[in-house]
Write a protein that binds this ligand. Structure first.
Ligand code: NAI
Ligand code: MG
Length: 361
């Protein structure tokens, strides 16, 4: 049913921040959601030998409109039979886009940052087609294949243009309400690639995204500006003038790197949210890991998970509820420094921040 949301806390602080996000969802729309608790993770693997039970995937596909994932612990040594359930979930649910908003903390000085990074989630070097060869002289050589398809590149390009238009519309609405909006002019999509060197693979990515702009939806061309950026200078510009980006779209590897880098521009890992998006399903996911150093102490910052819940609602078409959650979080972050968790310099707890957000709603 439309309003069923899967909850997969998985490991470590995932078990603390996902219940916090659930409480906020319940508060923003009482009785609208039906929550289903599902297993996955390294701890589950240690107990049962399975990291991602079939039942979890089946119930997500059969019952849920979307889901929230906490975090998994991945051992740094290879453990036989274990592979990351979040990577498997993205694949099994065809969540082909990883969407990460990067925005200045509330009350920050200087030109506000408000960018959205869209990373292709299914191919590129992450198809993990690697092999090791030993040369006749005994030295080793490692190879990795990189896969870029026209279909996946076009579909990620389409999502970038769609989201750029959507962000433009939201900015217009805010301006109409008399709010200050820093971004001037049309929405903009920045295509990130390195086709000056990798003219075949990055070349196909670039061409495919560009072709979407000239294709089916006239608004993609008329109402969205397009910019290209080589990935190395993208990093340079992002650190020098992050406020000059709106939506950036990149192949998997570049997107992974620039999106973690961009998160550092806006502060603690405990506040950065993401969503894994497919055509018919969305999985919200805080960017941080399972944080074993603080797990079990009730001091994990729930903001990243709460904002991931808001992203989930946005992609489910519940924009008003999503906006209310973001505003409530902004209010708590800007007005209640004392109750914030230690990663943000406060003395507060997961519960305290969650209750404050619910009150601010
Ligand atoms: P991490 O994100 O778990 O922690 C890095 C640092 O940030 C730690 O000091 C932690 O206490 C702090 N931190 C993270 N989230 C926080 C929050 N919500 N509130 C307050 N402080 C927070 O990354 P780390 O330590 O590299 O990895 C720990 C485990 O998590 C590993 O097993 C790793 O494989 C896994 N991991 C999983 C991810 C996922 O599920 N998508 C992503 C990154 C790491
Ligand atoms: Mg990463």
């Amino acid at each position: 049913s439309k309003s069923t949301i899967g909850l997969i806390p998985a490991d470590g602080i995932g078990r603390e921040v996902i219940p916090a996000a659930r409480d906020v969802l319940e508060a923003v729309a009482p009785n609208k959601f039906n929550f289903v608790h599902l297993d996955a993770g390294f701890e589950h693997f240690q107990k049962t030998g399975v990291a991602l039970p079939d039942e979890t995937v089946e119930r997500l596909k059969g019952e849920c409109a979307g889901a929230l994932f906490g975090a998994v612990s991945s051992p740094s040594h290879k453990v036989a039979g274990y592979s990351s359930p979040i990577v498997a979930l993205r694949k099994k649910m065809d969540l082909y886009a990883n969407v990460r908003p990067v925005a200045s903390p509330v009350g920050a000085t200087g030109t506000p940052i408000d960018m959205l990074i869209i990373r292709e989630n299914t191919e590129c070097l992450y198809i993990k087609s690697e092999r090791l060869e030993t040369l006749p002289d005994g030295t080793k050589i490692a190879w990795a294949d990189r896969k870029i398809t026209e279909t996946a590149s076009k579909r990620i390009g389409r999502m970038a243009f769609r989201m750029a238009l959507q962000r433009g519309a939201i900015r217009e609405a805010r301006r109409a309400r008399g709010e200050t909006v820093a971004w001037e002019g049309k929405p903009r999509v920045t295509v990130v690639h390195k086709s000056n060197v990798l003219s075949v693979s990055d070349g196909l990515f670039r061409e495919s995204v560009l072709s979407v702009r000239n294709g089916e939806d006239k608004a993609f061309k008329d109402d969205v500006d397009l910019e290209e950026q080589l990935v190395d200078s993208m990093v340079y510009r992002m650190f020098r003038e992050p406020h000059k980006f709106d939506v950036a779209v990149a192949p998997n590897l570049y997107g992974d790197i620039i999106s973690d880098g961009a998160a550092a521009l806006v502060g603690s890992l405990g506040v950065v949210a993401s969503a894994n998006v497919g055509d018919s399903f969305v999985l919200g996911e805080p960017v941080h890991g399972s944080a074993p150093d603080i797990a079990g102490r009730g001091i994990a910052n729930p903001v990243a998970a709460i904002r991931s819940a808001a992203l989930l609602l946005e992609h489910m078409g519940l924009d008003a509820e999503a906006t209310r959650i973001h505003s409530a979080v902004d209010k708590v972050l800007s007005e209640q420094a004392a109750i914030l968790t230690p990663d943000l310099g406060g003395k507060g707890t997961t519960r305290g921040v969650t209750d404050a957000v619910i009150k601010a709603l």
